[in-house]
Design a protein around this ligand. Structure first.
Ligand SMILES: NC(=O)c1ccc[n+]([C@@H]2O[C@H](COP(=O)([O-])OP(=O)(O)OC[C@H]3O[C@@H](n4cnc5c(N)ncnc54)[C@H](OP(=O)(O)O)[C@@H]3O)[C@@H](O)[C@H]2O)c1
Length: 222
């Protein structure tokens, strides 16, 4: 299986990369500018591709002709909680986070969709429960919540639009995971989250197109 993963150099992206390599798949792991954990991974089944999801790109030649699985994992949180409070959040912060977390995955799909269609493959967009209005009981975090909510919506449209081509699209919530994004706090580790999410991905046919699903297989109401 040919797997493409954005933000593959650390955190959940590196976890996905290790998982699919261990399974014997060929992985195209993308990194923004720093190889990070990818520097230590040497495998003939691993191709490292420099890709910043905020760049306008049109050259997909670094990727295989057929992509069985595309994981839009790259994301940013933006400023810490206070920097995203009602009083302090700025238009610039809102737009910067939106650019990476919502426009980024859309841009990558626009670049690679023909290759995913050729394989009748799967597209996974990694959002967050923070983007769920139903789950929002604490307010704040304007930029991250809004960008991840928008990604759920974009992902649903992709799922509907690509459905006739045989491509399945799903949106995932990884859980609260100990990575750099959470300051290494969290309820679960990367391996647990990746094991859960990859199980959901394997069973994508059990879910409606564009469903928003947590790492434990439960639907996230939004
Ligand atoms: N950890 C959690 O509890 C949690 C919960 C819900 C959702 N998520 C989502 O899960 C995904 C992975 O998060 P994580 O916890 O693994 O975060 P992380 O450790 O902070 O890693 C983020 C990854 O995204 C990459 N990235 C950021 N901006 C990019 C850009 N412009 N272009 C390309 N890559 C870029 C980073 O690359 P650099 O090394 O170059 O910065 C890094 O590889 C994110 O979408 C996040 O929102 C995480």
């Amino acid at each position: 299986m040919n797997v493409v993963i954005t933000g593959g150099n650390r955190g959940l992206g590196l976890g996905f990369t290790q998982h699919y390599l261990a399974q014997g798949d060929h992985v195209w792991a993308c990194y923004r500018h720093d190889l990070g954990g990818l520097a230590d991974l040497q495998s003939p089944m691993l191709t490292k591709v420099q890709l910043d999801v905020t760049q306008q790109f049109s050259d997909a030649s670094a990727f295989p002709d057929k992509i069985d699985l595309l994981i839009n994992n790259a994301g940013i949180y933006g400023p810490g909680k206070d920097g995203q409070s009602l009083g302090l959040v700025t238009a610039e912060v809102m737009l910067d986070v939106f650019e990476v977390d919502c426009v980024g995955p859309l841009r990558v799909v626009q670049l690679l969709q023909d290759k995913v269609i050729k394989a009748k493959g799967r597209i996974v967009n990694v959002s967050s429960k923070m983007g769920s209005s139903t789950d929002n009981s604490s307010g704040g975090t304007y930029a991250y919540r809004a960008a991840k909510a928008a990604l759920v919506t974009v992902s649903k449209s992709m799922a509907i639009d690509l459905s006739p081509t045989g491509v399945r699209v799903i949106t995932l919530h990884p859980g609260w995971v100990a990575t750099d994004m959470t300051g290494q706090t969290g309820l679960i580790d990367v391996a647990t989250s990746v094991a859960g999410m990859t199980h959901v991905i394997e069973n994508i046919g059990d879910y409606e197109a564009g469903a928003f699903v947590a790492y434990d297989g439960n639907i996230v109401p939004y």
